[in-house]
Design a protein around this ligand. Sequence first.
Ligand code: AMP
Length: 464
Amino acid sequence: MQKPQDSKAPVATAPSATVATSTKLFSDLNLIEPLQRALRDLNYERPTPIQEQSIPILLAKKDLLGCAQTGTGKTAAFALPLLQNLAKSKEAAGRRQALVLVLAPTRELALQIHQSFEDYGRYLEIKTAVIFGGVGQGPQVKALFNGVDVLVATPGRLFDLLQQKHVYLDKVQTFVLDEADRMMDMGFITDIQKILKILPKERHNLFFSATMPPDIAKLANNILVNPQRVEITPAATTAEKIEQWLMYVDKAAKKDLLRHLLEDKALKRVIVFTRTKHGANKVAEVLLKNKITSAAIHGNKSQGARVRALEDFRSGHCRVLIATDIAARGIDVDDITHVINFEIPNVAENYVHRIGRTARAGREGIAISFCDAEEKSFIRDIEKATGKAIPVVTQQPYHSKAVELAQLMSPGKAKAKIEGGNRGGNRNRRGGGGGQRRSGSGGGGGNGGSRSGFRGNSGSPNRA
Ligand code: AMP
C-alpha cells in the first residue's frame, strides 16, 4: 500500500466541525461496522446531506451525478459506499490493475481523497495508491505493481503510466470523476477522453462537479448511464455564511491595506489569493518584510514545497497562505477565518471557489476583495454571475475614491455599500446595531475577538 508523500499530514478529519448534518445516523445508512468504527474514530456523528443522499444510491451501484463542491462532505459520500462495495466483493485486483479509479484535477486533492480512503478504510483490508505528476514515478510504479483496490490519480500522470504499461484499466469496476469542471478548466479533457476509451464499458460511474455548464453536462451525459442526481448547493448555502466585503484601493496601496488588515489578530487563518505567481511572490515579499509568517503554494513550487507549505498552514505554524487559483483547488483546510482576494479573479467562477475556502464545514467566514481601477470589470462579472452586489467597505484607510467613483459610474453596477464595515448590503447600518449577527469590529462587538479583520482600536470598523 502506498503511503502518500505527505503521510505526516493530519488526517482529513474535522472532529469539531459543525458540518450541516441530517437527523439520520451513519448506522441508518446500512454501513458496515468497520466503516462505522472508523467514523467514530474520526468523530463523525451524523452524515452530511450529500452523504445521506448519495450513500444509498452508491451502495445500490447506481450511477451518480453529484453537483457539489468540497466542503460538503463529498469525499466521504463516495468513499464510504465504494469501500463497502469493495469489502463485499470477492474480486481481487490483479497485477498493475485497479478496481476503483478516482480522477482528481490536482495533486493536493488526489492526496486528500487518498487519505480519506485510508482513514475510512482503516479497519478493512483495502489496498490503495495515489499517483500524480511533479514527483518521480518510481514509488508510484512500485505501489501499483501488485495491484490496488483503489487508485486515486491526476489525469496526466495516469496517462503517462498507462502509456508505459505500468498500469492497466481493464479491471476497473468503478470510475469516479471528481471536480469535473476544474478538470476542464485545467485542460484535462483530452486525457479524460483517452482514459474513458480504455475503461471497460460496463462499470459503475460517479461524476462530481461544483458547476454544471453545458459542456460539463455533456461530458456527464457521455459517462453516466441513468444517473441519480444529487445536488447540494453550497454556493448558495455557503455564501450565506460568508460575509463578503469589497474594498476599493489603488493598486500600489494594496500591500499597505493587506498589512493593515493583518495587524488584526482576528484574522487567524487567512488565504490570500492572487491571479498570478508574480502576484503571489509580491505578497510573500510584503509579508516577509512585515514579519508575518506565510507560506505560498503556486505552480512554480516543487511538490515538496507545496506539501510543506500546506502542513505549516494546517498546523497553524503559518497564519497566512498565499495561493493562486489552480494551486488552491481542493485544499482541505478547515477553520479558515478569512479569504483575501489581493487580486480579483478574472473568471467569476473562481471567485465562488476562492471564497468557498472559508465557511467550510458549516462555519462562517469573511471574504475581502481588493479592487483596483483595472479590476472593476471583474467585479461586475462576479456580481452578474452570483446575482448579488458585494457590499463595499469605504471606511478603511486606503479607500480609493477614484476607483469607487469609476465603479459607481459604470453601467449596470449594483450598489451596496457598508459605512463602517457592518455586514449585509444595508447602507445605513452602523456598528453595534442590535440584532445583528455580529458587529463589524471593536465598536462594541460583543465577543472580544472580532472576526471582522479590522482593528478594534479605532473604535469602529476600519475607521482609521
Ligand atoms: P469534503 O467536502 O469531502 O472536502 O469534506 C469537508 C470536511 O468535512 C473534511 O474535513 C471532512 O473530514 C469533514 N467531514 C465530512 N463528512 C463529515 C461528517 N459527516 N461529520 C463531520 N465531518 C465531516
